[in-house]
Design a protein around this ligand. Structure first.
Ligand SMILES: [Zn+2]
Length: 524
């Protein structure tokens, strides 16, 4: 049945080997129907939200491996198409945890959510210190950690950052923030979101507070320190600032205007005990390879990624417990399948790896694992193109290419956009951390130039309102399902943009490189 749409075109295209003659291109309408059908399968209740380490995710992985085989792409995992990863899954045990702020009880998780992505210190008793945005960016002349005594303290920081620093550099500093704080002796951190930086309601975060985190079982590649990483309810934030030189309202107003924030010791102290439950789980990446057509370049790889995992089954909303993850990111998985079919026809010179990564929702772990333990020679990876929640909620008039300012891939993307009538739109929310919040970041950490894609829009437009409404209601909720209004043909146009960019990168004589002055150039 899966090949039925091809019957009028070429039955031979269903054979499991790469056909020597490219098949005729299917129509946009046919591709849109097929893509939508695949998103429906991956987001169906049978896949149970595809949480990493669950049978639903394994069913989805088997489905994607079948699709890769159907397209004639070879297996490139460590076990056929699969690259299994051993994890420790950890859940914060709120019933066995208790915290107090200068003696007053803190309601968990309604007031404070404890991240399950770090080994937790069993007990806490530490003074708080305010560190502004908590951003260590000496290359940009900004360092919130400079001169602050963090030893034995809990650092309190707010969202946002100075306007004059690039969004990608701020994002990098945010991604490394807890690690750098731990290196300076901090035992924990409290993250506060200002009114102007709020994307989704605090209630949504509380609802997902019992979602597990994951850590690599192999401590050799686990680099998270033991650390109490807390998010704090904005409605309760003033309690932290009792007796401090400034109030939360004052620092939040400065943060929302991107003004500088000075650090100061706070008068409050957090103490108590933290507990978590854990279990060992395995979950695979799915990896397929399209061999390059040029013998001189086929040994090099462009890696295309999309996360297959979702949030699984969680706390019910309106009676629904299955977090379907249709746009986040079943849509991206099906997009990569469509792009794989296109690239197979177009025969790029370098090889293309399609990696459907696991455990993105647990801390970008499948992609970080792949970037550190790739199934091809590490130096053969020239670039990563990532698709995560591009959000086809309105017509495609421009593309936001996250990371476009950092590497030569940005110039390639601009050139492709010009030929397609698709200008690049700047990131409308440079403070949102988008560049570090999906799987491209694992590759960036290894020094590999990478970008990710979104339907472009500008702040303050009707499109921005559609995007805002999606994040406020459906994002990371059961209603991210097939009832979202989806612009299918526009989605296929984005696939064509990404495929054309992949071709350009795969066919160029030189590998992509970081731009002069990009902070990521020296990451490896
Ligand atoms: Zn996602």
């Amino acid at each position: 049945m899966r090949c039925a749409w091809l019957l009028p075109l070429a039955l031979a295209a269903c054979a499991p080997t790469v056909a020597p003659v490219p098949a005729p291109a299917p129509s946009v309408a046919d591709r849109a129907v097929r893509w939508h059908g695949q998103v429906s399968v991956l987001a169906s209740d049978a896949m149970e939200g595809r949480a990493a380490g669950t049978p639903g995710h394994e069913r989805a992985a088997a489905y994607v491996a079948d699709e890769m085989q159907r397209l004639g792409l070879g297996p490139a995992g460590t076990q056929g198409y699969l690259q299994p990863i051993a994890f420790t899954e950890q859940r914060t045990d709120y019933a066995a945890s208790s915290l107090s702020l200068s003696g007053a009880p803190v309601t968990l998780p309604a007031t404070a959510i404890v991240s399950p992505r770090y080994e937790l210190p069993a007990s806490l008793d530490a003074p708080l210190v305010f560190i502004g945005y908590g951003l260590h960016m000496p290359s940009a002349g900004h360092d919130d950690l400079a001169g602050v005594d963090l030893a034995g303290k809990i650092a309190v920081f707010v969202s946002g950052g100075p306007a004059e620093v690039s969004g990608t550099l701020k994002a990098h500093a945010r991604a490394q923030r807890n690690r750098w704080l731990a290196q300076r002796g901090a035992v924990g951190a409290i993250s506060l979101t200002t009114p102007g930086q709020t994307e989704s309601p605090w209630e949504s975060a509380v609802r997902n507070a019992t979602q597990p985190g994951m850590l690599f079982a192999d401590s050799g590649i686990r680099d998270e320190p033991a650390f109490a990483a807390l998010s704090w309810s904005p409605a309760e934030a003033e309690r932290l600032f009792a007796g401090a030189p400034r109030t939360f309202a004052q620092v939040a107003a400065d943060a929302d205007a991107s003004r500088p924030l000075r650090s100061f010791p706070m008068a409050t102290r957090l103490s108590g005990r933290l507990a978590a439950t854990s279990r060992a789980v395995a979950s695979p990446n799915v990896v397929a390879r399209l061999p390059g057509s040029d013998p001189a370049l086929a040994g090099e790889h462009v890696v295309m990624t999309a996360h297959l995992d979702g949030l699984g089954v969680g706390n019910p909303v309106n009676g629904d417990r299955i977090y379907s993850g249709a746009l986040d990111n079943a849509a991206g998985v099906a997009a990569l399948i469509d792009i794989a079919a296109e690239l197979r026809r177009q025969r790029p010179r370098r090889s293309i790896l399609f990696v459907f990564v696991t455990a993105e929702e647990r801390g970008l772990l499948g992609s970080r694992y792949f970037a550190r333990r790739p199934t091809v020679a590490r130096d053969s990876i020239v670039a990563n193109l990532n698709y995560d929640m591009a959000l086809p909620l309105f017509p495609l008039r421009s593309v936001t290419v996250l990371g476009a300012e950092e590497s030569s891939i940005g110039d390639d993307a601009r050139a492709v956009g010009e030929t397609m009538g698709l200008p690049l739109a700047p990131d409308p929310f440079p403070n949102r951390n988008s560049f570090i919040r999906s799987d491209q970041y694992g590759f960036i950490e290894q020094g590999i130039p990478a970008v990710a894609f979104k339907f472009g829009f500008a702040a303050g437009t009707p499109e921005a309102e559609l995007e805002r409404a999606f994040r406020a209601v459906r994002y990371h909720a059961p209603s991210d399902d097939m009832s979202s209004p989806i612009f299918r043909d526009d989605e296929i146009r984005l696939h064509d943009f990404i495929a054309a960019l992949a071709m350009r990168v795969a066919n160029a004589p030189d590998r992509p490189r970081w731009n002069q002055g990009s902070p990521f150039g020296s990451a490896r």
